[in-house]
Design a protein around this ligand. Structure first.
Ligand code: PLP
Length: 411
């Protein structure tokens, strides 16, 4: 019989040999998860401080979501949008009422939702704003992350996303994030149909813009008849201590883009919300996805969102996040290793005092793993720390102690 260690080695070896090398995982092999905890194949327990890049906000294998999933899986999983199904309309009504929009368009991955938003913004630009054919511009910002398709990376400023993958798609203009003057300047070009931003730049390293930036962005969009395309894929669904990160500034996007935690980490579900004036510019046959809007996803989405609101997870993200930052800021005062602690709710990062090319943050993550906490660096020297929103005070306290011990003992 294989020992657990052999299992770990063989799982890694198999992925290395037969899988594409498009990720560089932390060397742990997980086989089980419940709430904030994941277990490896040897039964070792870890606090999950990545939450599958914020897809598992409701915690691993949330019983209510798994029940909804398995029950629906026995009834009907997919019939395509060639036919109606008895669950999609209910999910569309639910999300429209919850977020306050006329219409919803379900897709699968976050990238697909962003692609959908791009198509909606462009088509709206041509049919409603009167932009000459094929001249529409979408303004995006430096260090954005919206996914991996060839169109989306065309707006990326990260060479590891773009180099070697050209030719890129035209029609994007890039401005600085958190810079109101540049928005004023770029959005008054009559060919601009959309401003595409994340309310906090998660993947870039949890960059929180100055207070008021999002509100200004909304105002400048309104003044220039430009659609505000808000990518809440990582920041939405309670992650930052509000249902949407835009809610911190009372901002309403014209195109609200969501994914990840819409399914509580059980399957790919994404969605774009908009009012009729925008959503109805796309006609039958112009956009779609075989799996988008399937009844399994519809049922799971409703339950995943109910869990967020009914179990007080938004407030918990706010409370635990404030506690976490205060512990980490106190830690940063005791060491040179951590230069900054930033974030909102339970989307936080610590910045490690070394260059992005250094191995320091990676090695610290290995130490954290050895001590029972999983996290991963982003952009070299930034460690994002984002546990599921179900984390209890006791679990947070234990997790902070692990981080403190590893940081202070780090050589
Ligand atoms: N947009 C944002 C803000 C993201 O953080 C991500 C993924 O990390 C995406 C889009 C892409 O989502 P997906 O990986 O589901 O395509």
């Amino acid at each position: 019989m294989e020992t657990s260690t052999t299992l770990i080695n063989s799982a890694i070896a198999l992925e290395n040999q037969y899988g594409a090398h498009n990720y560089h995982p932390i060397p742990v092999v997980l086989s089980k998860g419940q709430g904030v905890i994941v277990w490896d194949t040897e039964g070792k327990k870890y606090f999950d401080f990545l939450s599958a890049y914020s897809a598992v906000n409701q915690g691993h294998c949330h019983p209510r979501i798994i029940d909804a999933l398995t029950k629906q899986a026995r009834e009907l999983t997919l019939c395509s949008r060639a036919f109606y199904n008895d669950k999609l309309g209910l999910a569309e009504k639910f999300v429209c009422e919850l977020f306050g929009y006329d219409k919803a368009l379900f897709m699968n991955s976050g990238a697909e939702a962003n692609e959908t938003a791009i198509k909606l913004a462009r088509k709206w630009g041509y049919t409603k704003k009167g932009i000459p054919t094929d001249e529409a511009i979408i303004v995006a910002v430096k260090k954005n992350f919206h996914g991996r398709t060839t169109t989306i990376i065309s707006a990326s400023t990260d060479p590891s996303s773009t180099s070697g993958f050209g030719p890129l798609m035209p029609g994007f203009k890039i401005v600085d994030y958190d810079n109101v003057a540049q928005l004023e300047e770029s959005l008054n070009d009559p060919r601009v149909c959309g401003l595409w931003i994340e309310p906090i730049q998660g993947e870039a390293g949890v960059y929180v813009p100055s207070e008021g930036y999002l509100k200004e962005a909304e105002r400048i969009c309104r003044n220039n008849n430009v659609l505000l395309m808000m990518d809440e894929i990582q920041t939405g669904i309670g992650r930052t201590g509000k249902m949407l990160a835009s809610d911190h500034e009372d901002v309403r996007a014209d195109l609200l883009i969501m994914g990840k935690a819409l399914s509580g980490g059980t399957m790919p579900v994404s969605c774009v919300l908009a009012d009729d004036e925008i959503m109805l510019v796309i006609k039958p046959g112009e956009h779609g996805s075989t799996f988008g809007g399937n009844p399994l996803a519809a049922v799971v989405t409703v339950e995943a969102l109910r869990v967020i609101t009914e179990e007080g997870l938004i407030n918990n993200a706010d409370v635990q996040g404030a506690f976490f930052r205060s512990r980490m800021r106190a830690l940063a005062k005791q060491t040179d290793l951590v230069t900054e602690v930033r974030g909102k709710g339970l989307l936080n990062a610590i910045v490690i005092n070394d260059s992005p090319e250094s191995e320091t943050a990676w090695n610290l993550c290995i130490e954290l793993m050895n001590h029972g906490l999983l996290a991963k660096p982003t952009h070299g020297n930034i460690i994002r720390l984002a546990p599921p929103l179900v984390i209890t005070t006791e679990e947070m306290d234990q997790s902070c102690s692990i981080i403190e011990k590893c940081v202070l003992g780090f050589r």
